[in-house]
Write a protein that binds this ligand. Structure first.
Ligand SMILES: *Cc1c(COP(=O)(O)O)cnc(C)c1O
Length: 400
């Protein structure tokens, strides 16, 4: 992307950039972005090859693990959406989380992380980084005093999910960023649950923002993908060398699917939110539930923070059915439209029982510390007509 293209993109609004941002056309002038399904690139001369290996210029590629035109379009479109200087596209959300952390940490470094994490993120922080001599302190993400007490002069990064899975607890990005930056640490955020549509993470102090683009960006259940967004200096100087040499780059085909996903992600996520609001209102105070968790509800303890940080409650709902696992299973098996699966952010509404699936690996004590009770259902709201969604969920609750 030339500086002129980028300036044009920055002057436009997000929804426009989701359709046009980062687009490069070949000599054929195709309307839909081309998939450059090629591993390598041909050089006119030996001298040209030598020059490109010395320093690849704008729009010059060497090998698909290093970069590819379709992948570059996706990186540019994501960076414009997030308001980041640059991005590196990865094979999955987990390749992004691992890449963001492993690329900048070394033995002896210290990291502070929120405890409520996606299972694979917890594995990277608890089992992988520590094996290489990185010390990790876990804190309750919503408790600012714990963040303050945990950071030290050797803290290199803080890591958290801005909204936790599956209990939808928010971390105050701006407040944690102030604490981290005062200690000289970078703020690394897994921002999947907040979605790139509602994110203002960089403006609020994030240094690196990570998405599993498997979720809302594809949003149609097809491909794995991820992206790490940040300053050009950090993405090209720290993240890219690690990613391109360790092999976690995104494939051109997946980048193309993600580009198509980005064209509609704003429309889908807003429709999902509208349906989530309708469903949450219908569930709040329901007599079969001991609680309904949705940051867009005034009853959510962090409702004000959600409004300030995201402008709404997002696309995910959780609720705890009275009667534990048996009742939760009766509910799931009575659903007629909502599918039972473990993806999220999809066009189809998806119900998950975290205790027996995504969080099965945790001990009972860990689950209860995270508020993952046996009756808890996580619901990723899709783009179906909200009336059909509400009818299906309320109908299944009747069967409990
Ligand atoms: C899904 C998810 C990931 C992992 O992404 P993959 O694309 O499945 O590798 C990481 N963090 C969060 C919060 C997620 O929801």
């Amino acid at each position: 992307m030339t500086i002129k293209d980028r300036a044009a993109g920055q002057a436009r609004r997000a929804r426009t950039n989701l359709v046009h941002g980062g687009t490069k056309r070949s000599q054929w002038g195709e309307v839909s972005e081309a998939i450059f399904l090629t591993q390598g690139f041909v050089y006119e001369t030996a001298e040209a090859a030598e020059a490109r290996f010395l320093k690849a210029g704008e729009d010059e590629f060497i090998y698909a693990r290093y970069g590819n035109p379709t992948v570059a379009m996706f990186e540019e479109r994501m960076a414009l959406l997030e308001g980041a200087e640059d991005g590196f596209a990865c094979a999955s959300g987990m390749a992004s989380v691992n890449g963001a952390l492993a690329s900048m940490l070394k033995a002896g470094d210290h990291v502070v992380s929120a405890r409520a994490l996606f299972g694979s993120c917890l594995y990277i922080l608890e089992e992988v980084l520590t094996r290489y001599g990185v010390e990790v302190t876990f804190v309750d993400g919503a408790d600012l005093d714990q963040w303050q007490a945990a950071v030290r002069p050797d803290t290199k990064a803080v890591f958290f999910e801005s909204m936790s899975n599956p209990t939808l607890e928010l971390v105050d990005i701006a407040a944690v960023a102030r604490i981290a930056h005062a200690a000289g640490a970078l703020v690394v955020i897994d921002n999947v649950f907040s979605t790139p549509v509602y994110s203002r993470a960089i403006e609020q102090g994030a240094d690196l923002v990570i998405y599993s683009t498997t979720k809302h960006v594809d949003g149609q259940g097809r491909c794995l993908g991820g992206v790490i967004l940040g300053t050009r200096e950090h993405i090209r100087g720290v993240v890219e060398p690690y990613m391109k040499h360790t092999g976690g780059s995104m494939s051109p085909f997946n980048a193309w699917v993600m580009l198509k996903g980005l064209e509609t992600v704003d429309l889908r996520v807003r429709a999902q939110t509208e349906a989530a609001e309708a469903l949450a209102a219908a569930l709040d105070g329901h007599d079969k539930l001991c609680r309904t968790i949705y940051p867009g509800l005034p009853s959510h303890a962090q409702h004000a923070l959600a409004e300030q940080q995201m402008g709404c409650g997002g696309t995910m709902i959780a609720f705890d059915i009275i009667g534990g696992k048996a009742a939760a299973f009766r509910f799931l098996n009575a659903l007629e439209m909502v599918i039972i699966s473990n993806n999220l952010g999809d066009a189809k509404s998806i119900a998950t029982h975290p205790a027996t699936t995504t969080h099965q690996r945790l001990s009972d004590a860990q689950r209860s510390a995270l508020g993952i009770t046996d009756g808890l259902i996580r619901l990723s709201v899709g783009i179906e007509d909200p009336r059909d969604l509400v009818a299906d969920v309320l109908g299944a609750l009747e069967a409990v």
